[in-house]
Structures are given as C-alpha cells and as structure tokens.
Design a binder for this molecule. Sequence first.
Ligand code: SAM
Ligand code: DTB
Ligand code: SF4
Length: 313
Amino acid sequence: MREIYEAPLLELVYRAATVHRSHHDASEVQTCTLLSVKTGGCPEDCDYCPQSVHHPAAVPPEPLMDVDAVLSAARAAREEGSTRFCMGAAWRQIKDGPEFDRVLDMVRGVRALGLEVCCTLGMLTADQARRLAEAGLTAYNHNLDTSESFYGRVIRTRVYEDRLRTIRHVVDAGISVCCGGILGMGESVDDRIDLLCRLANLDPQPESVPINALVHVEGTPLADAPTVDPMDFVRTIAAARILMPRAMVRLSAGRLSLSPEAQALAMLAGANSMFTGEKLLTTPNPGRCADEALLARLGLKPRAPHRDRQGAG
Ligand code: SAM
Ligand code: DTB
Ligand code: SF4
C-alpha cells in the first residue's frame, strides 16, 4: 500500500487512470446534489464540523424539513442534471418515531423521481437500516474520516467501532455503502494510508468513496488547519481508485480550495463524481455554471440520468 501511495505522482496518476478506464467510462462524471434536511444542533463534537453544538460559531439549529420541500429540491436537482440526491442530517443517531417516519417518506419520494437516493443521518440500528432499505434507499453515507488512531484527536463523542457497527448494519440491510474521509485535518501520511486500507478492506468494498478536503469554518477547532496540498489530494484520489477499482470516487467537500487544474488531475486519477450546486450541506461549493464550464473545458459529460445502476453508487 505504501508503495502505491508514495509512488512518483505522475506514475501513480498514470496507473490510476489505467485502472479507471478499465472499470468505468472515463468520459463521464456523475453529478450529485446534497441537501441538509436537518441542520445544526448536533451533539457530536467533530472538530471540523460547523453543525456541532460544541463550537461557538455553530450554524443555528433548524427543525427537520417537510417532505414536500425536500421533494421540490430533489425535482430541481433532477432538472439540473443530478442523478443522485443525498440528504444529510446533523444527528448523532436517528430516533425511531415521527422524524424517522418522515425521513422514510423522503426516501420513497426521491426514489420515485428516478434518482439514486443517499442519506447520511448518523448512527443507525440494524432495524433502522432495514426500514431504510425497504423504503428504497440506494446508499448510506457514513465516513471513517481518518485513521483509527487519529480519529480520537478529532472526535471524542464516539469511537471508530461505532462507525464500523453502523456500516455493518447498512451492509446487512443490503444498502450500498458510501464511505470516505477528510484530508487536511493535520493527519500524517500514515493516517491517510491507514484510512485507505480500512476503506479498501471493508467487506464488501464501499461502492462510493467521498474524498473531502477540509472546509475551514471560522469558529471550529480546525479553522486554522493548513490547507491540504492539492498534489497530496490527487495522490489520495489515485490511491483510492487503484485500491477500489469499481467504486465511484467522489470529489466532495473542499473543491473551492482546489484549482480547476487540480480537479482535472483528480479526474484523470479516477475521480468520477462531484457534488454540484452552490451549497454542500452548510458550506459553499462552486456553482453549477462553474462546474458545467469545467466539464466542458475538459470534454467530460455529466453521467446521463436514469442509467440507474441501483447499488452501484
Ligand atoms: N451527522 C452525520 C455524520 O457525521 O455521519 C451526517 C452528516 S456529516 C456533516 C457528513 C460528513 O461530512 C462527515 O462525516 C464529514 O466527513 C463531512 N464533513 C463535515 N464537515 C466537514 C468540513 N468542514 N469539511 C469537510 N468535510 C466535512
Ligand atoms: C461527504 O463525505 N461529503 C459530503 C457528504 N458526505 C454529506 C458533504 C460534506 C459537507 C460538509 C460541510 C458542510 O457542512 O457543508
Ligand atoms: Fe454532527 Fe455529523 Fe457534524 Fe459530526 S460531522 S458534528 S456527527 S453533523
């Protein structure tokens, strides 16, 4: 693994591009839309996150959105070319009851629009995973974020094993796993290698791997962390592509800190998906026009809608 990660960058990119082309249509990029259906007020203490109540400048808490408002946003996303709709909630775990029932309605509704539907709602029980599967959920996002040893430096309100348990529940329910991490939190090369190994050794491998560059948010403990070197970002994408050839590798948070050229190199190295729209969950993202222009400059096309490979991310 270390030989892969530490190979000369252009050798690594070349190898990753070769793997990419043998498993995917390299002329296509999937565009996905995120919506924060329950913003702020999260009891977890993740040092990177603006939604944690532990941080002074946390975003103000809002109630869970109505189903209709979510479905209008999903329709708009579909009209703008997105083929995957991802709903995020600032919860440590979801409680059974009316709120979970409402989320199940959202999942059914988005699925009925012909979109892939992904949720990220914090920890799940086996039974909740099963009910989400029944509602038609395509994928569940639950990130390992970093190595097991660095994890406790960034989050103290839960442990790595909690994450692994939820991922097991998701797998057992037959839902596709979306699992990745964040670069730029002060982790070492060894931590990045460890994260990639953990992801690649999940059984089955995740079908979707979001690689986030930390978005620096004023008032969070990681606001002043040094920005990740774009070449290291590309290196991580390339290694992820080589280790997880079939996965969708997603350029996720942090694209505003990457130049178009760095994003192009990341796509050559096997990234084949990105989040579009002016907002991620709570932080800014390049707007759709900028992304359309980027894809056009690169001669890439957004993946066509309705080529739904349920479970293939
Ligand atoms: N609360 C749920 C959880 O943590 O699993 C779901 C929502 S949470 C916002 C989803 C993911 O967003 C986190 O696992 C983390 O990887 C990513 N994230 C949060 N804040 C971020 C930031 N400032 N920069 C980059 N990624 C971030
Ligand atoms: C993931 O790994 N990246 C996405 C998604 N999963 C939910 C977005 C993260 C955005 C976090 C910063 C924000 O609040 O906007
Ligand atoms: Fe809560 Fe998720 Fe943010 Fe952590 S990353 S504080 S769990 S919303």
